[in-house]
Design a protein around this ligand. Structure first.
Ligand SMILES: NC(=O)c1ccc[n+]([C@@H]2O[C@H](COP(=O)([O-])OP(=O)(O)OC[C@H]3O[C@@H](n4cnc5c(N)ncnc54)[C@H](O)[C@@H]3O)[C@@H](O)[C@H]2O)c1
Length: 361
């Protein structure tokens, strides 16, 4: 299967498949027949997929770098390690760098590609569910700063996104569920057909049924590709809809000091909060209330640490980097499959939501 992200001269294909891992060298070789290639993974993936990477290397003769695994290494230092490697291996402006891993590897390597020699080609091979349905598509790259996440980065569209759901077989369950949060999110912003698909296939996807999952990934990627094509650099507001559940999620993550909670786990709570708030703020039509309640009932709740009082969490929302003009912007559900951005939700309603959904004082 192939989906094109339409961005004029920066358009690129996203390849989706199941269990065709051996086909990557031919695909890359066709796209970059003369180029020098570097492939960057992390140490965990280098271990798990060593034999596969060795097979690919025989055909593609790439230079290989494994960076340390973990969000805490998503830093300028690791970015520098990648750039240093590309320089030492003699890559030039016609070269291509392949990011093999989850969102962390993809973001760091994409950012290195954006800056190396003022920008070289990058290919994304997402190996987590989150990276497949979200981070590998759209060209946002970057690293964290001690003052906040993803504060340093660039828009740099990949030349190819190549994904295979076979990688999900080795993904730890907790990471799978966290990634599923981002797929689930598209049910609220991707139109009625995505809402119905998720509603009907939720159990099968959660059970790891590859046919259902591949279709869920395909639909998610198609939705993200269309949004990116219409708002590449997040200026028109369309891309902001993809932040469904994220205003709450970011506050939860910050309140917990980014410890003991995965981003997707916070997003699952955030989506519950967004639905609850949508009902209070009146964006959800009466006729749809039951449908939302039934869908949310199925969503797993991760055990998370103790959160502060509702008003403290509310205050934490104002430190979000996506805030503008001192106002909170909530993406709230409307009809099934559609959401709206609301800028003037009353504090009282947000506090009521936090108390009801997160069980806070
Ligand atoms: N650029 C974007 O648009 C965008 C969007 C959403 C999130 N992100 C970023 O993505 C990052 C999170 O990505 P993530 O959830 O993929 O986390 P991650 O990259 O840290 O991967 C999670 C864990 O799974 C391991 N792993 C990866 N693939 C595996 C596989 N197939 N089998 C076994 N283990 C595997 C990794 O080594 C890691 O330990 C965050 O830094 C976030 O800011 C970026």
């Amino acid at each position: 299967m192939q989906i094109i992200v339409h961005l004029g001269p920066r358009s690129y294909p996203i390849i989706l498949q199941n269990n065709a891992l051996g086909s990557f060298p031919a695909r890359l070789g066709k796209l970059f027949p003369e180029s020098k290639i570097a492939l960057v993974a992390n140490t965990t993936l280098a271990r798990l997929y060593g034999p596969l990477l060795a097979l690919w290397k025989k055909e593609l003769r790439f230079d290989f770098l494994a960076i340390p695994d973990g969000e805490k290494y998503k830093t300028v230092d690791t970015w520098n390690l990648v750039v240093d490697f590309l320089l030492r291996k003699g890559l030039d402006r016609k070269s291509v760098v392949v990011a093999f891993g989850g969102g962390v590897v993809g973001d760091i390597v994409g950012f290195a590609a954006s800056a190396f020699l003022r920008g070289i080609a990058c290919v994304q091979i997402p190996t987590t569910l989150l990276a497949m349905v979200d981070s590998s598509v759209g060209g946002k790259t970057g690293v964290n700063h001690p003052l906040g996440k993803n504060l340093i980065g660039a828009f740099h569209q990949p030349s190819l996104v190549w994904m295979d759901s076979a990688f999900l077989k080795t993904l730890p369950r907790r990471e799978f569920v966290a990634g599923y949060a981002e797929l689930f999110k598209y049910a609220f912003v991707g139109g009625r057909s995505m809402f119905d698909f998720v509603n009907t296939h939720h159990d099968r996807m959660m059970a790891g049924d590859h046919t259902a999952l591949l279709e869920g990934i395909r639909r998610s990627v198609a939705i993200k590709a269309a949004v990116v094509a219409s708002d590449e650099k997040e200026v028109s507001g369309k891309r902001a809809l993809l932040n469904f559940g994220h205003t709450f999620a970011h506050a939860i993550e910050r309140a917990l000091g980014f410890k003991g909670v995965l981003h997707g786990e916070a997003v699952l709570f955030g989506m519950r909060c967004a639905c609850d708030l949508g009902m209070r703020a009146g964006t959800v039509p009466d006729a749809s209330r039951k449908v939302y309640a039934a869908l949310l009932e199925k969503v797993p709740r991760a055990p998370i640490g103790a959160l502060p009082d509702a008003h403290v969490l509310y205050g934490a929302m104002f430190t979000d980097k996506k805030i503008s003009g001192g106002k909170l912007h909530f993406v709230l559900p409307a009809k099934p499959g559609e959401s709206v951005v609301v800028n003037d939700v009353a504090e009282k309603q947000v506090l009521e939501t936090l108390r009801a959904v997160m069980n806070l004082k």
